[in-house]
Design a protein around this ligand. Structure first.
Ligand SMILES: [Zn+2]
Length: 249
């Protein structure tokens, strides 16, 4: 095993990392630029991933099921693999399984599993896109026993399913469905384990602090306490990568 000190970070490549006072937006497609927000911007286009080397801000890279047809996966996965060890790439994803698209599920699962293995290897969490495939993911979680956290993004489902996933060590990232009066996530939210939660803006143009405000109200805690919980969740999930461990020393 290579000890971490044999791979020193370049001084010009600091790992982007939040502080306790910031709002963490774990999955977004927007270039948010507020000092009190720390966001992980998602890159799933080939061109985007190719040009992502130049960036300094936190991103995640992955092969999204919408973006990859059979026959295209090898090159795409290689691109993700190359980018994955960059210090500002904090997670792999979004990747996953989407049963609403025509791409065969076996193919989607294969491409997902390759990324799950990569994430395990480089010790960075996975950000998961899951549409109508929670049953598959529940089984995969039990079968794969991943060594890094799996973060289900845009989670809007029942408490039972939330408990099944979090019971197997997964994290849930909650988006703007939380603000919808009759959404499943709103009904379940109060009972979710606060130590396995994140918030995200995804495609929404509204900033993530709106979700913190609502969530703090539902949990009946202060926004400051909620920030602390989410920050601790971040530390638990994202500190495993060697580059992050080194940067905090
Ligand atoms: Zn997204």
């Amino acid at each position: 095993m290579t000890p971490p000190y044999k791979l020193p970070l370049q001084k010009s490549e600091p790992v982007p990392y939040p502080d306790e006072k910031q709002f963490i937006d774990v999955h977004t497609h927007h270039p948010w630029n507020y000092p009190h927000i720390f966001s992980i911007r998602n890159y799933v286009d080939r061109i985007e991933i190719e040009t992502s080397r130049q960036l300094k801000t936190a991103i995640s890279v992955g092969v999204h099921p919408w973006k990859c047809k059979p026959g295209e996966e090898e090159k795409f996965l290689e691109l993700v693999k190359q980018a994955s060890t960059l210090p500002h790439v904090l997670a792999i994803g979004e990747c996953g399984i989407d049963l609403k698209i025509e791409t065969p599920i076996e193919f989607q699962e294969k491409v997902f599993l390759q990324q799950a293995l990569l994430a395990d290897e480089i010790k960075k969490p996975l950000i998961i896109h899951c549409v109508k495939a929670y049953q598959q993911f529940s089984q995969l979680l039990q079968k794969q026993k991943p060594g890094v956290p799996w973060i289900f993004h845009g989670f809007n489902n029942t408490l039972q399913l939330a408990e099944e996933l979090t019971g197997n060590g997964a994290y849930l990232s909650v988006g703007f469905d939380l603000l919808k009066e009759n959404s499943k996530i709103r009904a379940a939210f109060y009972h979710l384990p606060i130590d396995q939660l994140f918030f995200e803006t995804d495609e929404m143009q509204q900033p993530v602090w709106k979700l913190y405000a609502e969530a703090a109200k539902i949990f009946r805690i202060s926004e400051k306490d909620l920030k602390k919980h989410v920050f601790e969740n971040f530390e638990r999930c994202f500190m495993r990568a060697e580059s992050n461990i080194r940067s905090k020393q």
